[in-house]
Every structure is written in structure tokens, then in C-alpha cells.
Design a protein around this ligand. Structure first.
Ligand code: CMP
Length: 147
């Protein structure tokens, strides 16, 4: 059965012109891109999105990074989409990804454990929450898109 997940290209990915390359990888890997929107997060929205990390030492730096420019948010769909997209992006630390997963998205465009270029939902619950966070049509609650 098909599954949906959120793929997010972070500010360094958008400003570094990695968007087209990442989308090509997504489509060549058999995902459909159901929805997409470009969003400039403010501090409140970024803190809400990453609420589960609010007690971490890197939290304020993460919020600064995620509000430094627009992000591109997509809803991807295919069988096993959540795990497959997480597999495709590789480990959180892009420096590690370059060594252990040289063909991963983070190896291609990430820098380190923070500036890692892309995000993927880590569970079905996160995917649901993140879809309703960005796309109001996909669940209850307010989204960023207009329709
Ligand atoms: P992401 O997969 O979007 O989930 C949480 C984000 O926090 C992560 O990608 C990184 O951008 C950031 N992050 C995770 N671990 C660290 C770390 N050790 N130092 C700095 N940033 C981190």
C-alpha cells in the first residue's frame, strides 16, 4: 500500500541550487511528488516544527539555520515512502554520509550534522503531523498553502 512522507529541502539546499538535482533523484527513485510549496519559516514556525528537539544544545542554532532562507516542502508518495526517503537522504551528519553513503542526498549537498540539506519524516506519526503542518488540505489544522 502506498505511503506518504514529507521531504523538505533546507535553506542551504535551496540557495545552493540543489532543488532540481534532488527532485530528479526523488522521481528516478519511484516517488510521486503530490504537493509542493516554498515557505519562509519564522522562528515560531521553525520552533514548532522542531519542538521535539527544543531541549537540545543545537536547538537555537537549528532555528537560526532553518529561518535563514526559504525551504521547499514536498509530499512524496510511494510504497514504503517514509523509510525509503530516509534511506535515500542518508545519515544526519552529512560529513559521515560522504564516507558511508556517498550516493546519498546528504552526501551530495549537505555540509555537517546541522546543515544537512534535507529532512525526511521519521515515522508515520511524524509524516502525518508534518503534512498537516505545511498543507492544510492534507489533514486538520492550518497550512501554508493557499487552496
Ligand atoms: P533533521 O533530520 O531535519 O532533524 C533534526 C535536525 O537537527 C537535523 O536534521 C539537523 O539539521 C539538526 N541536528 C541534528 N543533530 C545535530 C547536531 N548534533 N548538531 C547540530 N544540528 C543537529
Amino acid at each position: 500500500e502506498k505511503e506518504k512522507t514529507i521531504a523538505l529541502i533546507k535553506p542551504d539546499g535551496v540557495s545552493g541550487n540543489y532543488t532540481d538535482g534532488i527532485k530528479r533523484v526523488i522521481l528516478e527513485s519511484g516517488f510521486s511528488i503530490l504537493r509542493e510549496t516554498i515557505v519562509q519559516l519564522d522562528e515560531d514556525k521553525a520552533a514548532n516544527f522542531y519542538a521535539e528537539h527544543s531541549s537540545r544544545t543545537f536547538f537555537s542554532s537549528l532555528i537560526k539555520y532553518m529561518t535563514s532562507g526559504p525551504v521547499l516542502v514536498m509530499v512524496l508518495e510511494k510504497e514504503n515512502a517514509i523509510a525509503d526517503w530516509r534511506g535515500l537522504i542518508g545519515p544526519t551528519d552529512a560529513r559521515k554520509a560522504k564516507i558511508t553513503h556517498p550516493h546519498s542526498v546528504r552526501a551530495m549537498c549537505g555540509l555537517d550534522s546541522e546543515k544537512n540539506c534535507v529532512h525526511g519524516s521519521d515515522s508515520a506519526l511524524s509524516a502525518q503531523r508534518e503534512m498537516s503542518f505545511f498543507f492544510k488540505g492534507m489533514s486538520s489544522g492550518g497550512g501554508f498553502d493557499k487552496d
